[in-house]
Design a protein around this ligand. Structure first.
Ligand code: C2E
Ligand code: CA
Ligand code: CA
Length: 405
């Protein structure tokens, strides 16, 4: 980004001299707004005020009370779209590992600098900054307070949209994925990437998942009554998969709906499996015994071994969209896509490609032998009523246009 005049930076350093120096450098580079604070706590407080908008956090690593690594963890848990620059007087290798930590917290780490900071180095990092198009000062990127989410949950303001999944060989609709939606009265639609993170951090994810499950099975039963022979996929965070009574609760809830467990697919992200496996394995195995489908979500982004995968009775492998969209133009994505499809065949389960946005993506996954597809090319997530209308129109067109290969 060349023009930095619309950017706001928050600088955190306990050393007043550094704070002044960094502020002056940033102003001389042309950064529009520079906020300085000497404590990580104050930095978090500032960010948590929804009237404040920050694009880039520039933080010292070595601070009393809360160090830069702790600050990164807190920033990460807010689920907001920050970019971060790290500064330290320490060994550059330490900075490198902190960069990796930041990336694991889903923060965009623009880079790190050793003290003393040189103006040109800082300018180079700032010019790498790319603003998130969807983020506006009062929009979804603004801070969402945990208590606002709690109120939304209590008031029943959490909605569910449904995205179709189709069989790639004949275009038939085989299922939908339930995706949580929250329309904030002032800030509009808040992306799930933000509010799911907050729900996980502030122990509201179980309540939220219960709502999504309840609404989804009500809708699945309604769709079946209209003649849709489709499955309903529901996302489960690792945090929810630690209460041992979950399989019993889900099947009891299902009993009264007239649905059968194989109509429901529980999606678990690959990365959540890296955590304590014994309880997760217990819960997932009993879910499968009861007949629920089990999908391994965002496949390719975690580090599960074949051994681990064999232990859990998955019925579906869901390939992350980062290896699907435009994979034909990226050798490493293509390799992961190919090997994921091959792995699903070895495990004897079906595979579904997420993020099929174009005809090119569709043709590629079809040629590679993938079974199902979910993506904008077919349809975006939509409210249940819209899905019914969409499916009627889609049915009359038979299938989306695709190659005959
Ligand atoms: P996910 O489970 O991987 O869900 C698929 C996401 O990809 C959805 O984003 C969907 O809108 C998006 N998507 C689908 N097709 C395309 C495409 O062709 N291109 C692109 N660029 N994106 C596509 P969404 O709805 O924003 O949800 C984001 C994530 O939030 C979900 O990722 C899931 O991890 C989480 N989430 C959503 N609802 C729930 C929920 O009820 N419980 C839990 N635990 N997590 C949820
Ligand atoms: Ca999912
Ligand atoms: Ca996914």
């Amino acid at each position: 980004m060349d023009d930095l005049s619309s950017i706001s930076c928050l600088v955190v350093d306990d050393d007043p001299f550094m704070l002044t120096t960094l502020g002056k450098i940033l102003e001389s580079i042309g950064v529009g707004s520079v906020i300085r604070t000497d404590s990580a706590q104050d930095a978090l407080k500032y960010i948590a005020n929804r009237n404040n908008h920050i694009d880039i956090v520039i933080s010292d690593l070595n601070m009393p009370n809360m160090d830069g690594i702790q600050l990164l963890r807190h920033l990460g848990s807010l689920g907001l779209d920050f970019s971060v620059i790290l500064i330290s007087g320490e060994d550059p290798r330490l900075l490198e590992s902190v960069e990796v930590l930041g990336t694991q917290q889903n923060l965009k780490v623009l880079g790190s600098l050793s003290k003393p900071v040189r103006r040109d180095d800082l300018a180079a990092l700032l010019h790498n900054y790319e603003p998130n198009q969807e983020q506006t000062p009062d929009g979804p990127g603004a801070m969402v307070f945990a208590h606002e989410l709690q109120t939304a949950i209590l008031n029943g303001d959490i909605d569910v949209h449904f995205q179709p999944q189709v069989n790639i060989s004949d275009g038939r609709i085989i299922g939908v994925e339930a995706l949580a939606r929250w329309e904030h009265s002032e800030k509009g639609w808040i992306p799930p990437s933000i509010f799911i993170g907050i729900a996980e951090k502030y122990s509201m994810i179980r309540e939220l998942t219960d709502i999504v499950f309840q609404k989804s099975i009500t809708e699945a039963a309604h769709l079946r009554s209209l003649g849709f022979q489709i499955t309903m996929s529901i996302n489960y965070s690792a945090q929810v998969l630690c209460s041992l009574e979950l399989p019993e609760i889900l099947s009891e809830t299902l009993n009264s709906s007239g649905l059968e467990p194989h109509h429901i697919i529980i999606e678990v992200t690959e990365s959540s499996l890296a955590q304590d496996m014994s309880i997760t394995l217990d819960i997932l195995t009993r879910m499968r015994l009861k007949g629920f489908g089990l999908s391994i979500d965002d496949f390719g982004t975690g580090f599960s071994s074949l051994e681990q995968l064999k232990q859990i009775p998955f019925t579906e492998l869901k390939i992350d969209r980062s290896f699907v969209h435009q994979a034909s133009q990226n050798q490493s994505s293509l390799a992961i896509l190919e090997s994921s499809i091959a792995l699903s065949k070895r495990l004897g389960i079906h595979c579904i490609a997420e993020g099929v946005e174009t005809l090119e993506d569709w043709n590629l996954v079809k040629d590679l032998g993938c079974d199902y597809v979910q993506g904008y090319y077919t349809a975006r997530p939509m409210p249940a009523g819209k899905f019914i209308e969409w499916a009627k129109e889609y049915g009359s067109k038979q299938r989306p246009q695709h190659s005959s290969s």
